[in-house]
Ligand binder design. Sequence first.
Ligand code: 2HA
Ligand code: ZN
Length: 291
Amino acid sequence: MRVLDSDLMKAYARMATDGFQQGWHERNGGNLSYRMKAEEVAALRDDFTENGEWRVIGWQENDESAFPGLAGEYFMVSGSGRYFRNIELDPAANVCIIELNERGDRYRIVWGLTEGGMPTSELPTHLANLEVLKERDPEIRIVYHCHPTNTIALTFVLPLDSRVFTREIFEMVTECAVVFPEGIGIVPWVICGGRVIGEMTAEIMKKQDIAVWAHHGAFCCGKTFDLAFGLMHTMEKAAEVLVKVLSMSPVKRNTITPDQFRELNEPFGIHINESFLYEKKDGTIGQLPEA
Ligand code: 2HA
Ligand code: ZN
């Protein structure tokens, strides 16, 4: 089967368009990776070229990295400098499939990027995350990075603290605590494309499904494109509500209380991490938990 005719390519391209239409992918912003299933590789293999050059997987610092937990796997990833708004129009020019070698320290392009180029500048960060996630749950295959406006805006006014950021987002839309009960991890501003930010994000992904990069964007993971997109969409919706609330008042008159959050656990079959359900002294938005 041709990659262009596959359900995988269609789902990938649809997600790119959905993200672009949300306004999360200005210019070449954002990147998307998918760890392919063995049966997808088998079905599409005839469409691959296997004479591509093996290349090192380098962070911006030009050091080499290895992802042995992903050795021999195939990934669909966006191209460096490519625009999400063009992916659905011409997937083969803007996306590629890469193969990792048996040590997980070299990759080669087996499909796509027909006009030349490289996988996303965040490739090592995606692989670092996908490696941690595969270990956490082999069904988690997607890592998605975008620039969601309201979430980014909040990184200028909320404390860059996972507990506070998560709690304020949780309070905005009931659904959030149900969809990501382990909350949001926060990475302070660090240069993107490098090892430090990549490893900080992967550390968060050991337990949490979303990492916000202060003054830049967010990373999330998922088992399917629907789940990964829905996760980002849910957080960003709550962030939009919070931006609106903050534009009216620095204080909430009414909100969801810790005990009300706890009421969600049983009916929804979740366990909201208690570290987010600290007592607050008043309705001031962004207050830190009492020491
Ligand atoms: O250019 O968003 O973080 C893609 C990015 C880098
Ligand atoms: Zn970015």
